[in-house]
Design a protein around this ligand. Structure first.
Ligand code: CUA
Length: 339
């Protein structure tokens, strides 16, 4: 009768603690908002794990603490403890139950993954080009952007490629992420379901500018998306004609330049752009060049051609394969404004 009483008390404590741990974990606000259809799937499975974790954590901790308090050795008690031979029934039980749970979770997980990867034949294809240290998006209409605009409630099939090292495509609010590997194309399907602005972050250590490898993500209505696409198509047509420092500045912010080059004279991985245009630049070979248009274009396209004194070769990617000539002209126009 004594034993039954202990089990009843522990049972009640286990149930109470399970709820406490579960609600405590949930209340800690571990997750960002669910902004994709895939996020709902991921969170559902994660929640199931959290429920199990809360229960099993309590199932172990409650009897442990209960035994410490209730069954500790009393003062003056010098007798030996009882001798146990083991308990075959108990051992079989606590082997089979976890086995069934793990197999069940494996099955549920595989089903969940199938649903997450389900392909919509009408999906929008966007090419994602990762490079040290920024993102570029190639849209089916032929233009590129450093911001990622997505229409709501439409599956997007991202085609992921890298120009240099391994990066990783990750928008926390979309939950799922995927490595971006040089020399191959990887695919990732996401269906945004919540209007708003988010951040795409690189989730793979990829060099000194890794932490700067962030792009803006905007989930907009279909009408706003169509308007944005039309505007980009129009901008791409006129871009070739006149260099524009504002476009150059935008690329500086989002295209990867900011990671290494300051615009206020402060030191960085590469030379600052403040006062650069028209200045005399000392090179590692002891010579001096004038920072004119030709020098800036060459340094963007082939950074190893001339190395500025105090800096190293092979640090900056060759932007000649990333930027168009008109984009480089925009950047030079921007550098000219940084007096
Ligand atoms: Cu790209 Cu980290």
């Amino acid at each position: 009768m004594q034993n039954v009483r202990h089990f009843v008390i522990m049972g009640v404590l286990v149930v109470a603690m399970s709820f406490g741990v579960y609600y405590g974990l949930n209340a800690s606000g571990l997750y960002p908002v669910e902004a994709s259809a895939q996020a709902i799937q991921v969170d559902w499975l994660m929640n199931l794990h959290m429920e199990l974790i809360s229960f099993f954590f309590s199932l172990i901790v409650v009897p442990l603490l209960y035994s410490l308090v209730v069954f500790h050795r009393r003062n003056g008690d010098t007798s030996d403890g009882q001798y146990f031979e083991g308990n075959t029934a108990l051992e079989i039980t606590w082997t089979i139950i976890p086995l069934v749970i793990v197999l069940g979770l494996g099955y549920i997980g595989a089903q969940n993954l199938t649903e997450i990867n389900a392909a919509d034949p009408d999906a929008l294809s966007i090419q994602v080009i990762a490079y040290q240290w920024a993102w570029k998006f190639q849209y089916p209409e032929g233009f590129t952007s450093t911001d990622l605009y997505l229409p709501i409630d439409k599956q997007v099939n991202f085609e992921l490629t890298s120009q240099d090292v391994i990066h990783s495509f990750w928008v926390p609010e979309f939950r799922i992420k995927h490595d971006v590997i040089p020399g191959t194309t990887e695919y990732l399907r996401i269906t945004p379901i919540r209007l708003g602005s988010y951040k795409l972050r690189c989730a793979e250590i990829c060099g000194v500018g890794h932490s700067y490898m962030i792009a803006n993500v905007y989930v907009v209505s279909q009408a706003d998306y169509d308007a944005w696409v039309a505007q980009q198509v129009q901008a791409a047509k006129t871009a070739a004609t006149v260099p524009d420092p504002t476009r150059g500045q935008q690329f500086y912010q989002t295209g990867g330049c900011k990671a290494c080059h300051s615009i206020d004279g402060s030191p960085g991985v590469g030379p600052t752009w403040k006062g650069l245009y028209g200045s005399q630049v000392k090179l590692t070979d002891g010579t001096t060049v004038s920072a004119d248009d030709a020098y800036l274009v060459e340094s963007i396209k082939s950074p190893n051609a001339k190395i500025v004194a105090g800096f190293s070769a092979n640090v900056m990617p060759k932007f000649g394969s990333i930027l168009s000539d008109s984009q480089i002209a925009d950047l030079v126009a921007y550098i000219k404004t940084l007096k």
